[in-house]
Unconditional design. Sequence first.
Length: 212
Amino acid sequence: MIAPPKIPTHLESADIAMLESALSIEGVLLPQPKWAGQTAKRLQIESAHLSSPDLTGANLRDGSWVDVRVGGGELSGLNLAGSVLRRVEILHARMSGAIFAETQLRDVVVKGAKLDLANFRFAKLSNVKFSHCMLADADFGTARLENVTFESCDLTAADFFGASLHKVDLRGAAVASLKGILGLKGAIVSYDQMIILLPELAAALGIDIKKD
């Protein structure tokens, strides 16, 4: 069970044009904030709704996002490395190349997002659901995933090298050409997916498959 964000029914709108390190944003609606390219380490966002934000290339590492909903917007290249995300929903956002390295994600739902080339290296994901997301070439290398679901996602060529998985449901996801196939230990896959993964698995185990 993924806990949803605890956000008040009514939020006052706020216009925050410039971010700064250690800034705290709490209990507001942020309509179309334009923070592209800005740097604000240790930013804290709590009980807030970001509507169609532009965070392209923003450096917001080592921050804290608690009880936050993000609706739409452009988050490509956003750097949240080392951050904590708890009870967060991200809906229909473009997040190509977003950086979640060493980030802790707990009770997080990402739906309808474009996350190709996203970086989750060394991240810790617990109670997370990706639904209808593009995750081609995403990097989960050495990440820890527990109770994570990839519902109708495209994981083509995603990398799980050295990852640690527990109760990770890949059923219904596109899994062609996965990298770090041995990192899938602990995952749940369908029979059809296993047939697709067999050549990569055999190669990783040094098994030479010959036609009769």
